[in-house]
Design a protein around this ligand. Structure first.
Ligand code: SF4
Ligand code: SF4
Length: 187
């Protein structure tokens, strides 16, 4: 008798579903929305003057359970500066054949250089095109940003960058230490 009741309960789900209107996703003509915090393609963010936030520390790579991230850091020089402070990410790769979208890498990043966008259309038919480098991962330059390498804002320290005190024109401003740029929030 208990088995019979279990079967009735199971069919209850089936019958309940039969009378609901069908939901048809018109993909790829009309891609549906994703949740605001969906874990899509990664993005390497910039400071408002265009310098890169990545310092090549490799914490994201060490945090990754799928061994999907490869980073090679290098030293900034006064003549060739890509990020505030001593180091920048000279090589940065994410292998999307390995990535499981867990987001542990973005939690590990100390400078909020790495975030995830809502972009999910990344299917491809070969391995090399699914290993994304800085050319695909770096956030595009926004109005007012200059492409690195270039010097830090006059008189600014790396702390001013980390604390969000840099304006797009390369000046300094006082702001909330938790400040995040608009493109980073969108990511
Ligand atoms: S989302 Fe997860 S699996 Fe993908 S690169 Fe980041 S830590 Fe690795
Ligand atoms: S993305 Fe973040 S955690 Fe990864 S190397 Fe760059 S600064 Fe370090």
């Amino acid at each position: 008798m208990p088995n019979f009741l279990d079967a009735i309960k199971g069919f209850g789900v089936t019958f309940g579903t039969m009378f609901k209107p069908p939901i048809t996703e018109e993909y790829p003509e009309k891609p549906g929305p994703v949740a605001p915090r969906y874990h899509g393609r990664h993005q390497l963010n910039r400071y408002p003057d265009g310098l890169e936030k990545c310092i090549g520390c490799e914490l994201c790579a060490w945090a990754c359970p799928a061994d999907a991230i490869y980073v090679e850091g290098a030293d900034n020089t006064e003549d060739e500066r890509f990020s505030p402070g001593e180091r920048y990410g000279r090589v940065y790769q994410i292998n999307y054949l390995r990535c499981i979208g867990c987001g542990l890498c973005i939690e590990a990043c100390p400078t909020r250089a790495l975030t995830m966008t809502n972009v999910y259309e990344m299917a491809d038919d070969n391995r090399s095109d699914l290993i994304y480098g800085k050319d695909k991962l770096l956030a595009p330059l926004q109005p007012g940003m200059r492409p690195p390498p270039h010097a830090m804002a006059p008189g600014a320290t790396d702390d001013d960058y980390y604390l969000g005190r840099i304006t797009p024109s390369g000046g300094q401003e006082r702001s909330d230490p938790g400040h995040r740029s608009s493109e980073e929030v969108a990511g």
